[in-house]
Design a binder for this molecule. Structure first.
Ligand SMILES: *Cc1c(COP(=O)(O)O)cnc(C)c1O
Length: 483
């Protein structure tokens, strides 16, 4: 009796695990080999997937064969394929073989790195790969790194450290009764900065959007004026967020000049380079990152453009003791005696943390630094090529400089004149491109203009995909203006 019971309880038997494990590895390999046979953007309507799923969890166990069948039949048609080489929307992020295998191991080992001893290898591997990456992007080794899930969360922690840095003991007393704290960024900063400020009680009124120049970059003189004005009113300027590679147009705020102002004003400088930061690995890109080494904190997302599966965002800070002071609290059961070891729980709001370092370690070792640089270099080359096609074609107009792998443009066929008509036309164009299923793009608004964005950063993108994208855009435009 007890023998039978032990068979029913407990985990999937290892024979079965191996059988389906091998089957799923084959599934993944075939999926990636044939990725281009799928429509890039899921061609489904809201509710289509849910309506095919049971209303309740299964009462009794089901076979793995059925699960794989439902995966193929119900789930896969509702997938937007981020790994597809014609996924050129948002900031693309693609996974890679070594990254996928790293995720598999992280789930299998499932060590929760709250404190050093709850996952010593995880803690020390994280420290090690984050030090490697500092070298790779040319930052000094005095930065402390910590991995969070997303840039939004990394930046929220940076703003919390900036708040702690004021010395107003907000940690103990909270914000009430204090002068107003002010954070500075631009209208092109990522919405996660506003969300972080909201979360931390700064309030939307505590965020100043500094004016930008014709290339959408922060104007340092305007920042200096705003800080001065706020001080005169008795407010406390506590944090400046500069972006290297904004989300709309990949604009680059002049970090070196902004850093000088922050130094003078004793204000925390956070650099958001979630998307573009990985390109600091390339010598020809160094000029965009001038002054970054003066930042108090920096966020870079290897899950965006370094082929690490989501999620993997790095926050670096030169002042880890302040980040720690903002968050550390140690209940009795988590007290440790390993004084010299890092307990990552001290550097953020979460206690439990996944063993994320393993997938980054695999990606860095499998491709090597040179291999990663070559891949990024090719994306930058393809982006320049695409920008050239836009510039040469009188039916199109480029709307922002191309610094990285993103091209912002719109159609301007000569029979349409008003800005409003152009906006409507470009919106229609984008819609028909995405409905084709062959290419997926998103838009932004720049100076009120409906702007189409092409992002080239996928691991599987080759010149033929970029050519195909350009052909699709042109043929959809022809269809639209001749209809
Ligand atoms: C993508 C992006 C973010 C947000 O990244 P998540 O990891 O999705 O939170 C923040 N800032 C910039 C500049 C980005 O490009």
């Amino acid at each position: 009796m007890s023998k039978i019971k032990s068979k029913i309880l407990g985990d999937m038997p290892s024979e079965e695990f191996k059988k389906y494990g091998y089957q799923l590895i084959d599934w993944v390999a075939d999926y990636l080999d044939n990725i281009e046979s799928n429509p890039v953007l899921a061609q489904v309507k809201p509710g289509d997937i849910k309506s095919q799923l049971p209303k309740e969890a299964p009462r009794n166990n089901e076979s793995f064969d059925e699960m794989i069948e439902d995966l193929n039949r119900i789930i896969m048609p509702g997938i937007t394929h981020w790994n597809h080489p014609n996924f050129m929307a948002y900031f693309n992020s693609t996974s890679s073989g070594p990254g996928i295998l790293g995720e598999l191991l992280a789930a299998a080992i499932n060590a929760n790195g709250m404190v050093w001893k709850s996952n010593p290898s995880g803690t020390e591997l994280e420290e090690t790969v984050l030090h490697w990456f500092l070298d790779m992007i040319g930052l000094p080794q005095n930065y402390f790194g910590v991995v969070y899930d997303t840039a939004s969360v990394s930046s929220m922690h940076a703003i919390a450290a900036a708040r702690e840095h004021t010395g107003l003991d907000i940690r103990s007393k909270g914000l009430s009764g204090l002068p107003k704290l002010i954070l500075y960024c631009t209208e092109h900063s990522h919405s996660s900065i506003d969300k972080g400020a909201l979360t931390l009680g700064i309030g939307l009124d505590g965020i100043r959007k500094i004016p930008t120049d014709e290339n959408f970059a922060m104007i340092p003189e305007k920042l200096a004026d705003a800080i001065k004005g706020d001080r005169a009113k008795g407010s406390v300027p506590f944090c400046v967020v500069a972006t290297i590679g904004t989300t709309s147009s990949t604009a680059v705020d002049p970090v070196e000049e902004i850093a000088k102002i922050c130094e003078r004003e004793k204000t925390w400088l956070h650099v958001d380079s979630a998307y573009a930061g990985v390109t600091a690995m390339l010598p020809e890109m160094k000029s965009y990152f001038k002054g970054m080494e003066k930042a108090d904190s920096i966020v870079i997302n290897p899950h965006k453009w370094l082929f690490v599966p989501v999620d993997f965002s790095i926050l670096y800070t030169r002042k880890p003791e302040i980040l720690k002071r903002a968050f550390s609290l140690t209940p009795e059961y988590l007290k440790t005696t390993e004084e010299t070891a890092i307990n990552y729980m001290d550097y953020g709001i979460q206690l439990g943390r996944r063993f994320r370092a393993i997938k980054f370690w695999f990606v860095l070792r499998y491709f090597g630094v040179e291999g990663l640089k070559e891949r990024l270099g090719e994306h930058l080359r393809l982006a320049k090529l695409f920008a050239g096609w836009v510039d040469e074609n009188p039916n199109f107009e480029r709307l922002a400089p191309v610094y990285f792998g993103t091209i912002c443009f719109r159609a301007i066929p000569n029979n349409i004149l008003s800005e409003n008509e152009l906006n409507i036309l470009n919106e229609k164009l984008l819609d028909s491109i995405n409905k084709s299923g062959k290419l997926f793009l998103v838009h932004t608004k720049l100076n009120g203009k409906f702007t189409i964005r092409v992002v080239i950063s996928g691991l599987r993108m080759e010149e033929r995909h970029v050519k195909l994208a350009w052909e699709i855009i042109n043929s959809e435009l022809v269809k639209l203006i001749s209809s």
